[in-house]
Design a protein around this ligand. Structure first.
Ligand code: NOJ
Length: 721
């Protein structure tokens, strides 16, 4: 709390204080085309008069340096109090230069890369006058039907935490001119929505919440994130924005977080729709009591907080604390000194989408692509003959991914253009089929087959439309559409040299594709430079090194399927044996193992793991053990490898996961080169929420694993004594 903001507060009327807690769209303040609210959800219009609108403290979502200047100028002109807007934006995976979706960036397992990408986005956004981004989204997720998996970093709490930290550091840096504040979201457990349906019920135990879902938000808080957004969903029957246990007790109490808490869009009004309060006044009461500072896109505080203070239900002190947190952030960001912050029309034009930013986005796409299958077709040989591109996702910029902020599909490089850039000849293209999941139109098959027949190899671009994932875009069928399989079968009849390049915002259930496609390269949604990155990967100028951050199921019936599950009282002995064994925990029609496990991804080279070591087989609480192994590149390509370190707590007072990721390191090895990679084990590594809901390491046996994916076998045991 600074002296300056305290003095400001002392001079504010109660109404002005209350309106610091309100947030409307930035477009509201435009001189042209203003009064423009995109209200999502079931909320009714915001009933603010003009005076109130020009007292609002913060605004959201509008890209562009000139529009920002216009909105802020107009706001200040009309506002009596003239406390500048703090402007926020969903800068999710890039601002103007779009890098791969977050699920992909996490697949790089590269903390440095995640940080650099976020820092690039922050720079571009700051030049448009942004102060805060509503990111990182760190919701742990196990259900690929949920459209928002694309924004997450997947199913593992440790990886989510590492990505959260790196991303927060990238956005916030030293909170300088080119940085913006991060806002970790959606607190909490939004990713556990039942049946993968957005905004749906979340009902999980306190233990599950703490063990799996909370660590990543905490990692962001520990990394100094400036803002936290509450989730739409309920946890234990209470919507998160009004959930005192989550916000007041855990976030502020246990974790000592003293920054700003913001609701999600319209979530105050949704307290009424959820059925936990009768009206907006009660909604304001519940949210303030829980500890939520900013109300995004509804008007409960604005219209009712003063009344609640008069009635003694909310104290002036509660209001003051919330306002001070907001003013302090404004001050820290420099908004109080310069309402336009780092906005710079000319510099924004120079920096956004500049060659260096494109190069970083390209590196991001290369390092996060996952090679799922390769029967030897890849890498392609530039001199072996004509390559053609086929498929509904081959000649389009609609591969940048949802939530692309100021990014434009027209500024993105398609696979076709990427191949033309690389090969220097006029690569031929045929669409083959439509992208819509229910299309049955086979009229383009003949043209595609003719082209495939006349080419040496085929790059077949299949997958999902970019608008099939993201907020509100959930699916019950996560296989490829039948029309795409039919196209693939037809093409394989005339040419066996087919590489399927997959575009997707979620794990897909593609057992059928895995059976027939000679090679599958998963590009996820790769962003602005997707096509160039893809061309580099296809021809071996970049070597795939991404590893899956979410399990790919054999079929949808296995979902939720994740590597770090608990054992059962009747586990199936041979997990990947497809024989049905009655009275064990399994299905009669499919084995338990997934199609591709967490951490999985192939390379063009081969890595050999050897010399596994554990420094001791006994450990006291104050000791440190070191687990290590040697990795050698025995193949033909210089390449990167993600070395993964897992632990299993063999027995606890509560059941423990069969394996938990506790460390990873991404290394690069030249042909023939080898390296020893080590991981440290301390008491902290072994802690979990035990039977008494205490975060402790319990004595007993632990198994240790190092390997290339979550299927690796344990090589040593130790005892915590
Ligand atoms: C709703 C989304 O849930 C949230 O992630 C986003 O930041 C806000 N809308 C603002 O656009």
């Amino acid at each position: 709390m600074s002296q300056r903001t305290k003095e400001m507060l002392a001079k504010m009327s109660r109404k002005q204080k209350v309106f610091q807690l309100e947030q409307l769209t930035t477009a509201t303040y435009l001189t042209k085309g203003g009064k423009y609210h995109i209200i999502t959800g079931p909320n009714s219009p915001i009933k603010f008069d003009k005076g109130m609108v020009y007292d609002v403290g913060t605004s959201l979502n509008l890209v562009g340096a000139e529009t920002m200047i216009d909105a802020q100028t107009n706001y200040l002109k009309n506002s009596k109090y003239k406390n500048p807007l703090m402007i926020m934006q969903d800068v999710i995976h890039g601002h103007r230069t779009i890098y791969p979706i977050n699920l992909a960036v996490a697949s790089s397992f590269d903390r440095g890369l995640a940080k650099d990408l976020a820092s690039m986005a922050a720079k571009e956004a700051s030049l448009d006058g942004m102060s805060v981004t509503f990111a990182p989204m760190v919701d742990l997720v196990r259900d690929p039907r949920w459209g928002r998996v694309m924004e997450s970093s997947g199913e593992d709490p440790y990886l989510n935490g590492e990505m959260a930290k790196a991303t927060v550091q990238g956005y916030q840096g030293d909170m300088g001119k080119y940085n913006i504040a991060g806002c970790v979201k959606h607190f909490a457990a939004y990713g556990a929505a039942e049946a993968g349906r957005d905004y749906n019920t979340v009902d999980i135990s306190e233990r599950n919440l703490r063990e799996y879902y909370l660590p990543a938000y905490k990692a962001a808080v520990d990394a100094g994130v400036k803002m936290v957004m509450t989730a739409f969903n309920i946890v234990d029957g209470v919507p998160c924005v009004g959930n005192e246990h989550l916000v007041r007790d855990i976030l502020r109490g246990e974790w000592g977080y003293n920054g700003v808490v913001i609701s999600d869009h319209g979530a105050f009004d949704e307290l009424i729709t959820h059925g936990v309060c009768e009206n907006r006044k009660e909604a304001a009461y519940l949210a303030m009591r829980a500890g939520c500072d900013i109300e995004m896109m509804s008007s409960c505080y604005g219209l009712h907080l003063e009344e609640l203070i008069d009635e003694g239900k909310i104290t002036e002190e509660q209001l003051d604390k919330a306002v001070l947190r907001i003013l302090d952030l404004k001050e820290e960001l420099g908004v109080l000194d310069n309402p336009y912050r780092s906005v710079n029309v000319e510099e924004a034009k120079r920096v956004q989408l500049c060659p260096e930013h494109r190069a970083l986005a390209r590196k991001g796409a290369e390092d996060s692509a996952v090679l799922l299958k390769n029967d030897g077709v890849l890498p392609l040989d530039k001199n072996a003959g004509d390559v053609c591109v086929i498929g509904p996702l081959g000649n389009t910029g609609y591969i940048i991914g949802g939530w692309h902020c100021g990014g434009k599909e027209t500024e993105a490089v398609s696979v076709l253009d990427g191949l033309k850039n690389k090969l220097g000849y006029d690569v031929k293209y045929a669409q083959g089929c439509q992208i819509e999941y229910d299309s049955v139109d086979e009229s383009m098959f003949d043209e595609a087959c003719q082209l495939a027949k006349n080419s040496k190899s085929v790059v077949l671009c299949l997958g999902e439309h970019q608008d099939y994932s993201g907020e509100g875009y959930c699916r019950t069928d996560i296989n490829l559409p039948e029309i795409q399989y039919k196209l693939l079968d037809k093409i394989l009849e005339v040419n066996k040299n087919v590489v399927v390049v997959l575009f997707t915002g979620r794990p897909l259930s593609i057992g059928r594709l895995d059976k027939v496609a000679p090679a599958i390269l998963n590009m996820w949604m790769p962003g602005t430079e997707g096509g160039n990155a893809c061309a580099n990967l296809l021809f071996g100028d970049a070597v795939p090194s991404g590893k899956l951050t979410m399990t790919f199921p054999r079929n949808l019936g296995q979902v939720p399927i994740y590597y770090n599950h608990y054992t059962t009282g009747r586990p199936k002995a041979l997990e990947d044996d497809d024989r049905f064994v009655r009275f064990t925990s399994c299905y009669i029609d499919v084995q338990n193992s997934p199609l591709y496990p967490f951490g999985y991804g192939l390379s063009y080279t081969d890595f050999v793991y050897s010399d596994f070591k554990l420094s001791n087989n006994e450990m006291k609480a104050e000791d440190k053990l070191v687990a290590s192994c040697k990795i050698k590149n025995v193949g033909k390509y210089k390449a990167k490898e993600v070395v993964q370190f897992y632990i299993r707590d063999v027995k606890g007072t509560c059941v423990r996961p069969v394996k938990e990721l506790k460390g990873f390191e991404k290394i690069e090895l030249d042909v023939g080169e080898e390296k020893v990679v080590s991981f440290e084990i301390t008491e902290e590594t072994l802690k979990y929420w035990n039977r008494d809901l205490k975060y402790v390491a319990e004595k007993g046996d632990f198994e240790v694993f190092i390997g290339k994916d979550s299927d690796c076998k344990s090589f040593a045991k130790f005892k915590l004594v």
